[in-house]
Design a protein around this ligand. Structure first.
Ligand code: NAP
Length: 301
């Protein structure tokens, strides 16, 4: 039976460290770190994610600025709001809650955020820095996965790693970070032929396909480390809660758990780390903006 990699516990440790960093430096900085979160429209899941981010900020002493815009907001209006936040001296990080309503071009909106306030690490300049191995804010979910691997003392160097999914949010930056840590990396996507043949070579398997229970025991080699990024609410006959649904990932946890050396559960694995890394990016940007020492580089792969 593999060990369950505990993202909640690590997220809590990182938050404690950030509380300490802010405490030590706030007098010198003259103000707390600030994170602006922009939500457009009324997608209920986005509402939950934004509230979670707000709560995380208040737990560690980051001031949050939440902007909830109407779903009819035009691209020009949205970019003007981003410009105001780019100029606001109390805001260190800006995050756009994705997905945006249809008709708003995500690329244009992400590019409008100043690269020096890019809390999600998704600005093209910061993705370029990742590619070149230069310091900068990092995409939160893959950065969180790197922290999980490191804190669980899972060696990456020399390992055969496979990433399922090639999105700009998760799969692509994940593959670069693993390669930078000296794994030999393959990336699978929806056109990959014979997924089982590829994934069963992986000593480290990261799955970010957005397909519930795609990966079963057949896909996984003995003693692999499996990281499940997917998160889905599905019907559950055993009625885990009153709505008769439960959360699951892209990996069929029950089938895979006995074969692996370590695995992230859903919930409680990768999810909490994504929020933690958003806070790490924000506090790092605050350190940069306020001329403080940069103390979190070990958490930014
Ligand atoms: P996405 O943009 O939909 O990308 C999915 C990727 O998976 C695409 O590259 C797609 O290939 C590939 N794919 C789809 N079906 C496949 C299959 N059958 N075999 C192999 N590859 C397949 O999704 P995403 O934004 O990366 O997110 C992935 C999942 O992670 C979602 O469930 C999302 O909710 C979750 N997520 C969780 C967190 C967290 O904090 N826990 C954060 C971000 C995302 P093509 O490129 O060929 O289409």
């Amino acid at each position: 039976m593999g060990i369950k990699i505990d993202g909640k516990a690590l997220a809590k440790d990182i938050e404690q460290r950030l509380v300490h960093e802010i405490d030590v430096e706030i007098d010198h900085a003259g103000r707390p770190p600030g994170l602006a979160v922009i939500r457009v429209g009324d997608d209920p899941a986005s509402g939950v994610y934004v509230r979670n981010k707000e709560k995380a900020c208040s737990r560690i002493g980051v001031k949050s600025f939440v902007l909830h815009l109407d779903k009819k907001t035009t691209i020009d209006q949205l970019i003007s709001e981003i410009d105001l936040l780019n100029q606001n001296q109390n805001v260190d990080g800006i995050l756009i809650q994705l997905p945006l309503p249809a008709g708003l071009n995500e690329d244009l909106v992400l590019k409008a955020i100043s690269p020096s306030k890019d809390a999600d690490g998704l600005h093209p300049l910061n993705l370029g820095k990742l590619l070149k191995g230069e310091i900068g804010p990092r995409s939160c979910t893959p950065a969180g996965i790197m922290a999980l691997l490191s804190s669980n003392e899972i060696t990456i160097e020399g390992k055969r790693a496979v990433v399922v999914g090639r999105s700009i949010l998760v799969g692509k930056p994940m593959a670069i970070m693993l390669q930078e840590a000296n794994a030999t990396v393959s990336v699978a996507h929806s056109r990959t032929k014979n997924l089982i043949e590829l994934t069963s070579q992986a000593e480290i398997l990261v799955v970010a396909a957005g397909k519930p229970n795609l990966i079963t025991d057949k896909h996984v080699r003995n003693n692999a480390v499996v990281i499940d990024v997917g998160i889905h609410r599905v019907k559950n006959h055993l009625m885990e809660n009153q709505s008769g649904t439960k959360l699951c990932g892209d990996v069929d946890f029950e089938k895979v758990e006995s074969k692996v050396s370590a695995i992230t559960p859903v919930p409680g694995g990768v999810g909490p780390m994504t929020v933690s890394m958003l806070l790490v990016n924000t506090v790092s940007l605050w350190q940069e903006h306020c001329g403080l020492s940069f103390t979190l580089s070990d958490l930014l792969p």
